[in-house]
Design a protein around this ligand. Sequence first.
Ligand code: AMP
Ligand code: ZN
Ligand code: FE
Ligand code: FE
Length: 286
Amino acid sequence: MELIDLHTHSTASDGSFNPEELVLLAKKTGLKAIALTDHDTVEGLDKFLETGKKINFETIPGVELSAYFEKGTLHILGYFLDYHNKTFLSRLKSFQEARAERNPKIIKKLQDLGIAITYEEVKLVSGGGQIGRPHIARVLVEKGIVKDFDTAFEQFLKKGAPAYVEKERIEPKECIEMIIAANGIPVLAHPFTLHLDNEALEAFIKKLKNWGLGGIEVYYTEHTPEQTAYYIQLAQKFELCITGGSDFHGKNKEGIILGKGYGNLEVPYYLLERLKEKWEKDYKGV
Ligand code: AMP
Ligand code: ZN
Ligand code: FE
Ligand code: FE
């Protein structure tokens, strides 16, 4: 079976491989296509697509945006978008500014907790792209302050933990509209992070669909087989595309293999063909 990965991060956000390396790795791994979906930035996409062209490997432009959601984490992926769209880029810029304000506050909180960490150290591991919490986690691990990434998030960085700092986010509806306005197809990322029960999730997806959602990320590294089966049902019920990806971050998210997640992930190529068909029909020219 021909396999793909529609959820990856590069050094433009918080992945450890640069866009070129990512494409080369995908080809070497034997995948048939990958998408680059950096958080709040499209800076890596030119190089990513250019490399794909050069080595004749299918590359799909994408992005991952964070929206406001009280209960859990809400991420919306956007695919095939016109990432040079001026309005889109200016909105992204304000997200990036929000991050630039937030990161030093997280470091300050850690310092106040007595931890020897500096912003410079975090910048150094970020490779020059946009800084996110995984970079901070990596410094905490490398300095031996915590034993692994998960502990860094559990003990300090996750929502509700002592060094957590809220980031300004946009409403889910706005997030979907922003992707559609740039002619992309919006997809709900890793639904399990919403922390909703089945009934609430179904009601929420119905709302997202009315706002223009085009797909659900059904196959995901951390989804259980039961969750995957349920999300397939939901996608069918609401006539949404099914997508999937590993959320590969290289060294910045331990244990995840490109295309394979923790080892068992399999995202078939035909899902990409369907996604592309839907995009061409409903999103491309609007
Ligand atoms: P940020 O963009 O700075 O809010 O950080 C978000 C990134 O942190 C995402 O790539 C997540 O995969 C990662 N992340 C969020 N929560 C956790 C967690 N509890 N454990 C490990 N990684 C996490
Ligand atoms: Zn990330
Ligand atoms: Fe995400
Ligand atoms: Fe991600």
